[in-house]
Design a protein around this ligand. Structure first.
Ligand code: ADP
Length: 455
């Protein structure tokens, strides 16, 4: 609790305000005291001027000195004494005599008498004809001191009240300022894997908290999409694995129920093996994708020639194309530069693309594989004269498990993962993959990889 931002803000505010208030009060107190002293000094000045401008002081000094001592006492409450050039008192108020006041030192000072009464003492030389008299004036500071004490008392009450009031206000302000953070914390706590649709409230998108909430919301959005993708992928993968399992089970159950002949048994075993092969392919592909997703780089990159790789795969797959009545050719206008990559995974790219081209091209059609280099990019193209892909499906064929015609693809051994694997490998190599297609005319798949040192 005491460590919360709200409390820290309040305490710091209170300390700051206390320092300012106390400093301010001390300054006002000091200025008031100075103003009071200046007021007393001005009273003394008036007294000096009166004596100075009295023309009779020069001719009748003792008489006029007595007169002024009496006058000051009666009209201004000021005690006075006038000393001759020899230092002897010409006249003095009884409150001045015998107090050992030093009338030699010209100037002003504040003094406290034995009764505790404070005075402003002023001594000045006054010319009277050809002699120099010395006038001492004692202006009482009693009233000013009372005023100053009253001011001090008022401040002793006002400063703590101001302090408590500002601390309270600071607490309320801090609570108001921190409240959205508390709200953000509560909402964030509520958001779990299955509540990723929730978003943090954004009160003001332009302030710091609004921006923070916005950033967190974007992050939750990304998490939501990733989670949805993972869910879909897991569901699809389970479904894909269940289909061959169900097929195997059905075939086995049918076989068990009857008395199959040797030929029938052979057919059954063949179909079981076919389904096993499908499952093996699928698990292998799933593993490859999982490895890609995890960012595992299994083997060090090697310098290799895409042309040599493509030629080798074309030769390996020619029997497959021949069996389907599809012509496959390899064209290489000029040997392109090498690339840096993982030969096994790049081979998978070429295999998947050529496999698709053969799979989706009817007998009598052709598949042309080619490599070329331009602008620091090595391009591998696989062009077929197959059925093509309709424009609405084109953007989705790289999605995992996406197939234009599910049943047909499955029939031909497709899993719907081939192109996503191609894309994932190309991306991992810093390259791209694209498909252009016209229904009924054919498809061109192109993989571009950054050219590396020659193989
Ligand atoms: P599959 O294992 O089904 O071939 P892919 O990811 O390799 O999965 O391809 C996704 C879908 O894209 C295929 O089901 C098919 O409909 C379409 N496709 C891919 N390559 C071609 C091609 N060369 N010609 C026509 N359609 C293709």
């Amino acid at each position: 609790m005491t460590r919360s931002i709200r409390w820290r803000l309040t305490v710091w505010n209170a300390v700051g305000v206390a320092v300012v208030l106390v400093g301010f009060a001390a300054l006002v107190y000091w200025l008031a005291g100075r103003a009071f002293r200046q007021h007393a000094d001005r009273t003394a000045d008036t007294g000096f001027r009166l004596v100075e401008t009295d023309p009779r002081v020069a001719t009748k000094p003792v008489e006029r000195a007595k007169y002024w001592v009496r006058e000051f006492d009666e009209h201004m409450g000021v005690r006075a004494a006038v000393y001759g050039p020899d230092g002897a008192a010409l006249a003095a108020h009884p409150g001045v005599t015998g107090r050992g006041l030093n009338a030699e030192v010209v100037g002003r000072r504040s003094e406290t008498d034995p009764e505790g009464q404070r005075w402003r003492l002023a001594v000045e030389s006054v010319r009277a004809g050809d002699q120099e008299l010395r006038v001492l004036l004692m202006v009482p500071l009693r009233d000013q001191d009372a005023d100053l004490a009253a001011l001090g008392r008022a401040m002793l009450i006002a400063v703590p009240i101001g302090l408590v009031a500002t601390a309270g206000l600071a607490y309320l302000l801090a609570r108001g300022a921190v409240a959205p953070v508390e709200q953000l914390r509560k909402t964030t706590e509520r958001i779990t894997a299955d509540r990723l649709h929730e978003r943090l409230p954004v009160r003001n998108p332009d302030d710091e908290l609004g921006q923070l909430a916005g950033t967190v919301n974007t992050m939750i959005g990304r998490l939501e999409r990733s989670f949805a993708e993972i869910k879909r992928f897991t569901a699809d993968a389970s479904h894909e694995l269940r289909t061959p399992l169900t097929a195997i089970r059905t075939v086995a159950e049918v076989a068990l129920a009857g008395t199959p002949t040797a030929d029938e048994l052979r057919d059954i075993i063949e179909s079981v093996l076919e389904e096993c092969g499908r499952m093996a392919r699928l698990t292998e592909q799933l593993l490859a994708l999982a490895r890609d997703d995890a960012g595992v780089v299994p083997r060090p990159l090697e310098r290799l020639s895409v042309a040599a790789l493509a030629r080798e795969v074309v030769d390996t797959m020619r029997p497959l194309a021949d069996a389907k009545g599809v012509t496959i050719t390899f064209a290489e206008p000029a040997p392109p530069a090498g690339v840096r990559g993982d030969p096994i995974r790049l081979r998978q790219v070429v295999v998947n693309l050529i496999d698709n081209a053969i799979k989706y091209t009817p007998p009598g059609g052709s598949v042309r594989v080619g490599t070329a280099e331009a602008d620091g990019t090595v391009r591998l193209t696989v062009v077929d004269t197959g059925e093509g892909i309709a424009a609405e499906h084109l953007p989705r064929v790289f999605d995992r498990f996406y197939r234009v015609d599910k049943a047909r693809s499955r029939e031909q051994g497709g899993t719907g993962l081939g192109l996503s694997i191609v894309q994932s490998i190309a991306t991992a190599h810093g390259g791209t993959v694209s498909l252009t297609s016209t229904v009924g005319v054919g498809t061109e798949a192109a993989v571009s990889l950054p050219a590396g040192p020659p193989a």
